[in-house]
Every structure is written in C-alpha cells, then in structure tokens.
Write a protein that binds this ligand. Structure first.
Ligand code: SF4
Length: 499
C-alpha cells in the first residue's frame, strides 16, 4: 500500500456506459484502495465519483439527477466530496457550464489525470470525526437553499466548491499538476495488493480520431493516444499477478493502436508480446473499425492461441446514404468486403456489430436495406439502439425527424430478425464441447449456475454442483445441451481438459 498522510475515508464509484468507463472506474478504485479507502454505498461515502456517459441521453439524465441529489446532501454534509469524470467532461467550456450549474462538484477529472487523485484528497478532504461520515439519508426531499453560491476559485480543470452553510472543513484550494507531472497519459498506478477479477480490462488506445456525426466521444475523450507497449506490458503483468486470466484490450477503434507511436507497432505486435505472459490464458479486444484492419493483422491474430475468436465491428447502418450522413468513413460494399476477408482469414471468429436505427433522415428504404444487410451477413450478436440527439455533435444541428414510435418499430424489427438468426447460429452448437472461462456464480431465479463465456464470446451457463472444485478464472469444458438466441446451457465434462 502507498504510504500516505491522507486520512482514510469511504468511497463510492457510480459507473455507466461502455467498457472503457468500466476500465476507468477499475483504475480509480485501485488508486483509492491503495490509499486505504474503503468502498461503500453512495449514502455513506466521503467521496462519490460519478463516471458518466454521454453517448446516449438516458445515462446523462441519470447523472444530472444524481448531481441534483448530491447537491442537497452536500448542504448537510461537511465530509462529502463529489467528483465527476467520463464523457460528460469535455472541453473547458463544458466544465465551466457544469461548474456553474453544479457548484458542489469538487473535482472534474479526466482519467488521464487520475494520478493526482491522492493529491486532491490530501488537499481537499478532512474528516470531521475520524473516518466516519454523517448519518444523513442520501435521498432526502429537501429543496436546495436559495442563497447564491460564491463563485469558485478554479483552475481550468479542477473545480472547487463552497458549502452553502459555510461549514466545510476542506480548503477551497485549486490543484494544478506540478511541472513535469504526468497528466497526458493514462495512469498506470495499479497497486500490487489490489485484487483483479479473472476478466480484466486493458485500455490500449484512448480517444478517437473519427468524426461520426452522431457521436460525442471525440469531443469528450480527445484524439487517439496509444499507450506504449512496455507500459502496457507492466500493467498486464500486474493484472495477471493479481489474478486476471483474461484481458480485454480496449479502444474506440482498436486497430488504430500504435499509429501515433514511434515505429508504429500495431495491435498484432502488442498481442504477440502479451501472449508471452505466463498465466494469461485469453486475450480479447474491442472495438474494431474496418478501415484500420489489415489482412496481416487478422492472419496473425488468428494464429495466436491466446487470442479469442471474436470481433465486434460496428456497421451502424446498411445504406450508403445513411452511412454518408453518419460520416462513418466507408461504404457498405467496403464494410462487407472486410467482413468477407475476416471470415476467409479467421473462419472460427464470431462477429458482432452495432446498429443505430432512426438516424436523421433515415427513410423506410434505407432502414430496409439495413435489415437486408443484417440478414445477409448474419452476425452472432447485434447491439441495436434508437438514435437520440447528443448536444454538441454535428447531427444535433439536424432535424431529429423520425418519431419515437417509428424508431421503436425499427428497433424491434432488428431485434426480432436477429433473435431468429442468432438461434439458427447457436443451435448447431448443441452437442459440442466448449472451452468456458468461468466468471461468476449465477443465482438468479433460484438457480445455482456458473456463468462464463466460450472463446467466441457466447454466454454459457452450467450447473454448479458442490462436488466439483470450480472457481472463477478456471477454464472448464462444457458440453452444450441447449441453445437459445442469447446463451448456451450445458454440463461440465471431465475430458478433454483445457486447463
Ligand atoms: S468511431 Fe465514430 S462512433 Fe466510434 S467513437 Fe469514434 S466517432 Fe464515435
């Protein structure tokens, strides 16, 4: 554990959004636990971190609701700090607006700057009575005070707040990185004693250089920055030492990995290095972007035993006019050509994709073309979402002209078609033996089952009898007895063994 003068407190991290956000929260948690802080519920925490998502409207609204609730709680609590991170934080203008609307936010933190979280706590948090916290209900109904709040003395990145009651013991001190302090990279502080789950995330390229017209990510996460291989190797080894057996490499367009690094190592180079790590059993990766994927990369991935046979390659739409308005950067013919190539070079790979229905101006003909394309390609999994406007994007300037009811109809049409296709793909797996990485026990609906994934990323459930010594992280052979569109069910078999 890090030696620190920071009094210990309790934290709560609220996370919504994609795997990158989950990975970021995992990292913040590691830093806090290294400081001796203890995880607790939101109502008891001294530090509440909201890790937000702006890709869709619903999670952003949830964050605003929580911020409003925390504002009321903070008026009564002297020992509560609120930090905001994730996609709701973008350029300085966004931070300024949020800071004005929610002066009780103590810290706006981009994950690249999480290294200075200990300094923030050192300078800003003082427990008023040991490490305890006041017993105030989180969900109170009291209205906020009408008194105007003193303007915060802030630096560009870190906001400070004053308690409305004037009782705060923390210093309204702004924190700025010291000269030479590393803030431009991803924090690599993974404390050695922290425990890793068998399946862990490893962000390898941050940000995105694309300009999809509906997407807020490039505005909020910045341009692509790849992390050097040696830095990633250190982190991967640490995660494996702590118990990780499977690493999922993360990036918005993961095949862009290395384009900004000296010598331009690519994703396959990184995977070859990671494959050398003893104790690491599986490597996964997401999200793919067709234009960065080369034949050589696919060939090499297919030849690496630890790399699992699954790619998530979002297509978003099947009609060229829609793709053009989305500025996806490829035609549907180019996309299909890439899919054909992947299937030729890596026949065992399963494929999933993302679709947006009801994007601005999407005609019935365009939608039907998308449906036909999905029926032709036959993905294993399709993640479908109805378009919602994201303020600040290019598409936000256009008319959101597809009524919600029509968006829902299109969404259900995709779901229904995909359920049929997925069942047809999964059914032939009945009778096969699948290598499953056990993730956790599933006790929902009174069941006692192990839950895991096979190499092609399909969910597999099998009974968890007392007489077999199985634990999360084990690779278990499961004979598949039943298949649905969404999962496989089976029984653990003794032979052959993959462990
Ligand atoms: S590729 Fe497009 S959709 Fe994906 S993160 Fe980048 S801008 Fe957003």
């Amino acid at each position: 554990m890090t030696t620190t003068n920071i009094p210990r407190g309790k934290y709560h991290i609220w996370t919504v959004g994609c795997q990158m956000n989950q990975a970021d929260s995992q990292r913040i948690q590691a830093i806090l636990e290294d400081l001796g802080w203890e995880e607790t519920g939101m109502d008891q925490a001294n530090l509440v971190v909201l890790n937000t998502c702006s890709v869709r409207q619903a999670p952003e609204e949830k964050a605003h609701n929580l911020l409003a609730q925390l504002k009321r709680v903070k008026e009564k609590r002297d020992d509560l700090l609120v930090a905001l991170m994730g996609c709701m934080i973008g350029k300085q203008k966004t931070i300024d607006e949020l800071s004005k609307r929610y002066p009780h936010i103590d810290l706006f933190m981009k994950v690249e700057q999480a290294d200075i979280l200990p300094r923030f706590l050192e300078e800003r948090w003082t427990p008023i009575s040991g490490a305890g916290c006041l017993d105030i209900e989180f969900m109170d109904n009291e209205q906020p005070a009408a008194t105007p709040v003193a303007p915060a003395q802030i630096t560009p990145t870190f906001a400070t707040s004053f308690n409305r009651t004037g009782k705060r013991t923390v210093l309204p001190m702004a924190i700025v990185p010291k000269p030479g302090e590393r803030v431009a990279h991803y924090p690599t502080n993974i404390p050695p004693q922290a425990h890793a789950k068998p399946t862990a995330w490893l962000p390898i390229v941050l940000g995105c250089n694309k300009v999809c017209t509906y997407c807020i990510v490039p505005y909020r996460r910045g341009r692509e920055r790849s992390r050097p291989i040696d830095e990633l190797m250190v982190e991967a080894r640490t995660l494996v030492d702590k118990g990780a057996k499977e690493l999922t490499l993360l990036g918005q367009t993961i095949e862009a990995y290395g384009l900004d690094l000296p010598g331009q190592p690519n994703l396959a180079d990184l995977m070859e290095s990671l494959s050398e790590i003893e104790g690491l059993k599986r490597i996964r990766f997401m999200t793919s972007y067709p234009r960065h994927m080369t034949d050589d990369m696919i060939r090499r991935m297919a030849a690496m035993p630890k790399v699992c046979e699954h790619l998530n390659i979002p297509v978003q739409a099947g009609h060229n006019d829609t793709l053009k308005r989305m500025k996806r950067g490829y035609t549907i013919e180019e996309y299909c050509e890439r899919i054909d190539r992947v299937r030729e070079l890596w026949p065992k790979a399963s494929l999933s994709t993302d679709i947006i229905v009801g994007f601005c101006g999407e005609t019935e003909e365009e939608f039907q073309t998308t449906l036909d394309m999905l029926a032709k390609i036959r993905f294993d999994v399709v993640h479908v979402a109805a378009y919602s406007v994201r303020p600040g994007t290019v598409a936000a300037r256009w008319e959101d002209d597809i009524p919600l009811a029509e968006k829902k109809r299109r969404l259900h049409a995709v779901e229904e078609q995909q359920a049929r296709i997925a069942l047809e793909i999964n059914q032939p797996l009945v009778g096969s033996i699948e290598e499953v990485m056990v993730e956790e026990i599933n006790t929902s609906r009174g069941l006692q089952q192990w839950k895991g994934r096979n190499r092609t990323n399909k969910l597999v459930f099998f009974p968890a009898p007392d007489d077999r010594d199985i634990k999360p992280g084990d690779l278990v052979n499961v004979r598949i007895e039943r298949a649905t569109a969404w999962s496989l069910q089976g029984c653990a078999v003794a032979e052959p063994s993959f462990t």
